[in-house]
Every structure is written in structure tokens, then in C-alpha cells.
Design a protein around this ligand. Structure first.
Ligand SMILES: NC(=O)c1ccc[n+]([C@@H]2O[C@H](COP(=O)([O-])OP(=O)(O)OC[C@H]3O[C@@H](n4cnc5c(N)ncnc54)[C@H](O)[C@@H]3O)[C@@H](O)[C@H]2O)c1
Length: 276
């Protein structure tokens, strides 16, 4: 069952989602499907992508198309645009999630690793956005959501070029927002951090790590895939029509907790209670 009269009013729209079978991609796609959005699923892993596209289409009675594409390759992206536009006739929403993160000490980072991360995380977002953006310009309307990270503002230590690429994603998004707002196109980022996904789940089976992670957020909890999908759907809908070039943090207030990290004797709250 899809929601026809929902507050988001996304029924009948067409969304393109990259990283379609990743942790966030699958959840975002399912939430779009519940709203009656037809979806082009873009991923480099075609077999799994086709299976998921079929499953979602049958479950929610929406139209889906699984497209095999390496988002860092111009030819692949151009073919994807052609295939999607021929099939659906329009593109209302683009969500970029396809990215990689590789552990590395910065002094040991090879040029090959640097370029690989740059090509998927930044060039991939650029190619997808520019090429689908051209279609949106012709349509006179469209919205793009780029999954960045809170660690586009702070270095993700020992993760090579990851934060550098995501800082680039934020500026890429603002660049398009500034130039294409006049054509009815919006471009916004979602900045998650500490999200429990199938890949990160193993961190949270370790009680000590889980508690340490919860305690550095303002909300004292780890984010869920629902938290991220909700933000994406809001930015995809006309409910956010006057929001353009923004970065929406979905991280339980982690980024505002710097002051809370500064130690005081016996603990910050206890110190305040003793000295008020
Ligand atoms: N998981 C987190 O906790 C977290 C936190 C902050 C930000 N993010 C960001 O969220 C996004 C999604 O993360 P995730 O955890 O779902 O990742 P994931 O690794 O589960 O999924 C990534 C998907 O992208 C696909 N992909 C990789 N390279 C590709 C390419 N060149 N072309 C096409 N598809 C490709 C993979 O096949 C995979 O399906 C990423 O941009 C990531 O940086 C994640």
C-alpha cells in the first residue's frame, strides 16, 4: 500500500537513487516506495540491484528500474540518464549516496587510493548531478539531495581522502543551488553521523564502543536509517521548497558537543552542581 494523500505529496514522482543497495540507499528507496514514488535504482552491483528493484516494485506496486552504473564513469552516467529518461519520461528527484570509505594513515595514502575515493565520492556526485541536472533544467523543476557527512566539516581521522571529498560535496551542492535555483532546481545535503547500518552494526555489538558513541551525541542515542530517510524525503518534497543550498545535520547534535568534551574536575555537570 502506498500513501496517496500524505503530507509529503510525493505520489507519482520519479526518483533516481545512487548506491541503491547500500545501507542508506535501500532504506531511502523503501520510504520513497511507500509514498508511491517510482524509482530508478542505480548501483554498480547489478544482480542485487535487480533483485531489490523487483522486490520493492512488487511490495509497493510502484514502477522501478535497476540500472547498472559506475557513477564515476562519464559513459556509464550518460547511458543511465538516457535509459532513465526514456523509461520514465522525467526525473523529479536525485539522491546521491554512492560513496566509499577506506582506512589509511594519511602519510601512507597512495595517489591511487586518493584518486579512487575522489572519483567515486566527488566526481560521481558531480557527474550524476550535472547530467540529471540538465534534464531538470529542461523540465524547469527538480530537487537533489546529496548524502554527505558531518565529517565533511571535521576530519574523519585515518580515513584517507574521505572527509576531503565530502567537503567537496557540500560545495558542489551549494554551487548548483546558486546557479540553478533560477531554473526551479534545489540542491541540498544531508549530513549524517553515527548511523546504525548493516555495515556499522558490528560496532554496536560492543557495549563499550556503543555507549561511548551514544554519549558524545546530545541526544544520547545512535541514529537510525529512518532518521536519514525522513530527512531525505522532506528535502525531496515541496514542503522544503524554500530550502536551497543547505546542509541538514542528522546526527543527534553530535556537532554541537565540542564544549561538552572539555573536562572539568569530577565531570562537567557534577562540577556545575557543586559550584552553582
Ligand atoms: N553509514 C554511515 O554511518 C554514514 C555516516 C555518514 C555518512 N554516510 C554516507 O552515506 C552514504 C551511504 O552510506 P552507506 O552506509 O549506505 O554505504 P554502503 O557502503 O552501505 O553503500 C554504498 C553503495 O554504493 C554502491 N557503490 C559504490 N561505488 C559505486 C560506484 N562507483 N557506482 C555506483 N555505485 C557504487 C555500493 O555498491 C553500495 O551499494 C555514503 O555517501 C556515506 O559516505 C554514511
Amino acid at each position: 500500500m502506498t500513501e496517496k494523500n500524505s503530507w509529503l505529496d510525493l505520489h507519482g514522482k520519479v526518483a533516481v537513487v545512487t548506491g541503491a543497495i547500500g545501507g542508506m540507499g535501500t532504506k531511502i528507496i523503501e520510504e520513497f516506495a511507500k509514498q508511491g514514488v517510482n524509482i530508478a535504482l542505480i548501483d554498480i552491483q547489478q544482480e542485487k540491484n535487480e533483485t531489490y528493484a523487483k522486490e520493492i516494485s512488487e511490495k509497493y506496486d510502484i514502477d522501478t528500474l535497476a540500472v547498472c552504473c559506475d557513477t564515476s564513469k562519464e559513459h556509464d552516467v550518460e547511458l543511465s540518464v538516457k535509459t532513465v529518461v526514456e523509461y520514465f519520461g522525467k526525473v523529479d528527484i536525485l539522491v546521491n549516496t554512492a560513496a566509499i570509505l577506506r582506512s589509511s594513515l594519511f602519510e601512507e595514502l597512495t595517489l591511487e587510493e586518493w584518486e579512487k575515493t575522489m572519483s567515486i565520492n566527488l566526481t560521481g556526485y558531480f557527474l550524476m548531478s550535472q547530467r540529471f541536472g540538465r534534464i531538470m533544467i529542461q523540465q524547469g523543476k527538480g530537487t537533489m539531495i546529496h548524502i554527505s557527512t558531518l565529517l565533511s566539516r571535521f576530519p574523519e581521522t585515518y580515513s584517507g581522502a574521505y572527509s576531503v571529498t565530502k567537503a567537496g560535496v557540500n560545495m558542489l551542492s551549494r554551487q548548483m543551488a546558486a546557479e540553478w535555483g533560477q531554473y526551479g532546481i534545489r540542491s541540498n545535503c544531508v549530513l549524517p553521523s553515527l548511523v546504525k547500518t548493516p555495515l556499522s552494526e558490528n560496532f554496536y555489538t560492543d557495549q563499550e564502543i556503543a555507549e561511548k558513541r551514544e554519549n558524545i551525541t546530545a541526544n544520547k542515542r545512535i541514529g537510525t536509517l529512518d532518521d536519514i530517510a525522513n530527512a531525505v524525503l522532506y528535502l525531496a518534497s515541496d514542503r522544503s521548497d524554500y530550502t536551497n543550498g543547505s546542509e541538514l545535520e542528522v546526527e543527534g547534535g553530535l556537532g554541537i558537543m565540542m564544549g561538552d568534551q572539555i573536562a572539568k574536575p569530577g565531570g562537567r555537570k557534577e562540577y556545575a552542581l557543586r559550584n552553582r
